[in-house]
Structures are given as C-alpha cells and as structure tokens.
Design a protein. Structure first.
Length: 120
C-alpha cells in the first residue's frame, strides 16, 4: 500500500472534500447526540468516510472502495430521510443547514464514486 498521488485526479480530490465534509459533520454531531446507539452510529459513519478517504489515498483496492462507498453513502441519505422527514421545500431552502450541507456533500460523493467506478 503505497500512496500513488500522481494517479489521483481532481475528481478524487473533490470526492475527498465531499467525504471529509460529511465525516466532519458526523464527528461534530456525534458527541452532541451522546453515548447512545444514534450517537455511536454517527461516530461510525464519520469513521467510514474517513476510512474510505484513507483507502483511496493509500491505493488500497480503490475499485472496491468506490463500489462499497456508493451504497454506504446512499444509505446515509436514505436513513436520514426516513429519520427526519424534513419537507422538501424546507430542505431545498437549506433548512436545517448542517443536514443540507451533509446531504449535498453525500450526493456529490455518490456521483463522483459512480464516475470513478465506471472509469476504473
């Protein structure tokens, strides 16, 4: 596992940024939620995004990471939707803001992962 930075493209770096935004939001919210199953799930989600970034940087089975990252990230979006039921018009106005930023980053990440998977 040697970092192969010359193989990384702007698409990779954009994906790293999107994943890091989502990880950061999850790490920020986890302690606020507390030491309970929901709080721990936020911590694990943040670790999942961080592990994905690390694996791609270290060139560890990138195609597999892309493939696993798609349902992982889509699952985050779907679970959020069913847990929160924020009206679409509120969400599109950016309410609540952290949720909006997180879901925007995750949607971008899914698109990037699909493109990277198709290119690999």
């Amino acid at each position: 596992m040697n970092p192969s930075f010359k193989e990384l493209t702007l698409l990779h770096y954009t994906g790293f940024l999107a994943a890091a935004v989502s990880a950061g939001i999850h790490f920020y919210l986890a302690p606020q939620i507390g030491l309970n199953p929901l709080g721990l799930s936020f911590l694990l989600a943040g670790l999942g995004f961080t592990a994905g970034i690390t694996a791609v940087i270290l060139d560890y089975k990138r195609k597999t990471v892309y493939l696993l990252g798609i349902p992982f990230t889509l699952g985050q979006i779907i679970i959020w939707h069913y847990m929160n039921r924020v009206p679409l018009e509120n969400f599109l106005r950016g309410e609540p803001l952290l949720d909006f930023i997180d879901k925007l980053a995750q949607t971008l990440l899914v698109v990037i992962l699909v493109i990277l998977l198709l290119k690999s």
